[in-house]
Design a protein around this ligand. Structure first.
Ligand code: ATP
Ligand code: MG
Length: 137
């Protein structure tokens, strides 16, 4: 089974959407095999999004991701990386397919409810960023 890292971002946690979003993963047949709620430090957010360092939206992204608690989970299943990205929809909610998490819950391209790993390499890095092997079931 493939694993991917998912984050329910601070906007969605503030809007009481943890259960609604976790439910979409479960209903799609993805298993939640690790789960924690945390508030990211600036250093943690900067390291997590290191690939975007230097881009014009980077500081705002770090401000947003540290603005409140997030829910971090590892999802497991066949093709989990792509299937989670499909459930989330496009980064910009105006371009996200109807019925996706971002179409339904995101406010804007920067305040967009969820994160999902975009490749096997990023999934491995991002899962190890938040979880010890013994915390994944
Ligand atoms: P994520 O990595 O959070 O799952 P993504 O892979 O769909 O999102 P990325 O290109 O990796 O998109 O961008 C990471 C995050 O940076 C986006 O989710 C969004 O919050 C923010 N972001 C990306 N592009 C922009 C932009 N043009 N303006 C503002 N914020 C942006
Ligand atoms: Mg990304």
């Amino acid at each position: 089974e493939q694993q991917t890292l998912s984050i329910i971002k601070p906007d969605a946690v503030r809007k009481n959407l943890i259960g609604a979003i976790e439910s979409r993963f479960e209903q799609a047949g993805l298993k939640i095999v690790a789960l924690k709620m945390i508030q990211l430090s600036r250093a943690q957010a900067e390291g997590f999004y290191a690939e975007h360092q230097g881009k014009p939206f980077f500081e705002g992204l770090v401000d947003f991701m540290t603005s409140g608690p997030v829910c971090v989970q590892v999802l497991s299943g066949d093709n989990a990386i792509t299937r989670n990205r499909e459930l989330m929809g496009a980064t910009n909610p105006e371009e996200a397919a109807p019925g996706t998490i971002r179409a339904d819950y995101a406010e804007s391209v920067s305040i967009n409810a969820a994160h999902g790993s975009d490749s096997p390499e990023s999934a491995a890095r991002e899962i190890a960023y938040f979880f010890e092997p013994g915390e994944i079931f």
